[in-house]
Design a protein around this ligand. Structure first.
Ligand code: PMP
Length: 324
């Protein structure tokens, strides 16, 4: 579907997958004016196809659009585009356990000009790809690398938007993490370098001995829909849940004293993944062979049971995508 200042949103259609043509001066290629989302389509046992809180993705895309000076796509158009794709390509939603079809909606400035201003011609696409487990080795606990040389986003920047620039600035740190044998990079805040932010593509949650769950509060991280859902499930079980600034020292000291008993990462792709250890240039928290935490794994199970229709959807989180 396309957008122009004059015509608004127009020309919705499903077309065969293949290269798209762009003017060499298209604004997105030079100024990075683009945003995206990530969500999944799940096949239930009866064959029906569902997605998980697509309205939340649609609204987050609207917030990202606002920050990147892109037009707002109505929530109904967003969900309708997923339905149209599934109507044609529903067979691509796998039925093997814990697999899904990853859906990638994205919007970019295609107007051709050289100059810094919001573009007047924009395109919105959705592509899809079957997905298995995010980390090699399934849900085995992973090691993550603490980036101290690079920040992902700064105050007043685009950290809270899902835009390619944030990921571009994280690539060098992600490469560093891989070279250290770690699955993901952990970013700290850009101002003081002491507060936890998020991983390259996931939010982080700490579990305390008293059963409370703590996750970093920051204006420069992506508000994950998985995180929001997991915290709701934890609240339902009576856990105390706090969103507040957390320093790396709090994690380090809490892990040493035994106050912090589990740490996990969460996101659409990774679902809920236990973190075995954090490696930094001059210290390590945890150990590579740490076992997955019980609370982590049981929240993961509850979330995936809801997503795959094995447990009642008591929060009304599922939206049907196939015609039924
Ligand atoms: N932070 C970042 C930087 C991400 O890329 C993602 C994945 N979209 C998340 C957090 C988790 O968000 P969600 O749970 O909505 O997938």
């Amino acid at each position: 579907i396309c957008w122009s200042g004059k015509g608004g949103w127009h020309r919705p259609r499903v077309q065969p997958y293949g290269p798209i043509s762009l003017d060499p001066a298209a604004a997105v290629l030079h100024y990075g004016q683009e945003i995206f989302e990530g969500l999944k389509a799940y096949r239930h046992a009866d064959g029906s196809i569902w997605s998980f809180r697509p309205d939340a993705n649609a609204r987050r895309m609207q917030r990202s659009a606002h920050r990147l000076a892109l037009p707002e796509l109505p929530v109904e158009y967003f969900i309708d585009s997923l339905r149209q794709l599934i109507a044609v390509d529903g067979d691509w939603v796998p039925s093997a356990p814990e697999t899904s079809l990853y859906l990638r909606p994205y919007m970019f400035a295609k107007e051709a000009f050289l100059g810094v201003r919001p573009a007047d011609k924009v395109a919105f696409y959705v592509i899809a790809s079957p997905a298995g487990a995010y980390f090699h080795g399934g849900v085995a606990p992973v090691s993550i690398w603490l980036s101290t040389d690079y920040a992902r986003a700064g105050r007043g920047g685009t950290g809270a938007a899902k835009t390619g620039g944030n990921y571009a600035s994280s690539l060098i740190a992600q490469a560093e993490a891989s070279a250290q044998g770690c699955a993901q990079v952990m970013f700290l805040d850009s101002a003081e370098g002491t507060y936890l932010e998020e991983l390259g593509g996931m939010n982080i949650v700490l579990v305390y001995r008293d059963g409370s769950l703590v996750t970093p509060k920051s204006d420069s991280i992506l508000e994950g829909i998985t995180r929001d859902s997991i915290l709701q499930l934890a609240r339902d079980r009576g856990h105390t849940v706090e969103e507040r600034p957390v320093t790396i020292d709090e994690w380090r000291e809490g892990a040493e004293s035994g106050d912090i008993v589990e740490v996990f990462a969460c996101g659409t792709a990774a679902v809920v993944t236990p973190i075995a250890q954090l490696k930094a240039a001059n210290f390590t928290i945890g150990s590579a062979d740490a076992a997955a935490g019980e609370i982590t794994m049981s929240l993961r199970k509850e979330l995936t049971d809801i997503q795959y229709g094995r447990e009642e959807d008591r929060h009304g989180w599922l939206t049907r995508l196939d015609a039924g």
